[in-house]
Design a protein around this ligand. Structure first.
Ligand SMILES: [Zn+2]
Length: 184
């Protein structure tokens, strides 16, 4: 399983590369990667289990963040009452459509690969449709809005060498169009 020491930090070249497409059927190595990335998220969100591992809680983890330039990311988005809003390992994902309406997390975004706090709105699309393959290689298409849509855009960015703060307006970090949805 992955520990904090295994997480690639900002400055590493792999975080700025375009991740390579994953081929099917998945190799044993890729199956383990998918499993271990999701296991990180599950344990990091479970206070009891995490007492042992001290993982920084995460809702998404992309393969480049564990040093592997592969188009794969695990996403585990909990809701307010601990229900699961979205859980999937996205393989070769891409955004096939997005809303004109913008959205941003009111508290800004964070990233397991970025140790410092970088304030500012990360302006994204409020609603997206993504296409991806699951671990069985099946082609899936899903429509997401609000928080799960933000998380998936953050993760897909990782597969394109983009980090969240790239989207923050340098001069006016809290500028956002008045119609944008601020997600709390
Ligand atoms: Zn990240």
């Amino acid at each position: 399983m992955y520990l904090m020491k295994d997480i690639t930090r900002d400055g590493a070249k792999v975080l700025r590369e375009r991740a390579k497409p994953v081929t099917f059927p998945l190799s044993d190595e890729d199956k383990k990667l998918a499993h271990d990335m999701m296991a990180y998220l599950v344990i990091s969100q479970d206070e009891e289990q995490n007492e042992k591992y001290h993982l920084r809680p995460g809702v998404g983890l992309a393969a480049p963040q564990v040093g592997q330039s592969k188009a794969m990311a695990a996403v585990l988005v909990p809701g307010e009452n601990n229900e699961i809003l979205f859980k999937e390992v996205l393989i070769n994902p891409r955004i096939i459509s997005n809303s004109v309406q913008h959205a941003a997390l009111a508290e800004g975004e964070g990233c397991l690969s970025v140790d410092k706090d970088i304030p500012g709105y990360v302006v994204r699309a409020d609603r997206i449709t993504i296409a991806y393959q699951n671990e069985a290689g099946e082609h899936k298409k899903v429509r997401l809005k609000n928080y799960p849509a933000i998380v998936c855009q953050h993760e897909i960015d990782h597969l394109n060498g983009v980090l969240f703060y790239d989207h923050i307006n340098k001069e006016h970090p809290f500028s956002i169009d008045p119609n944008a949805v601020l997600i709390h």
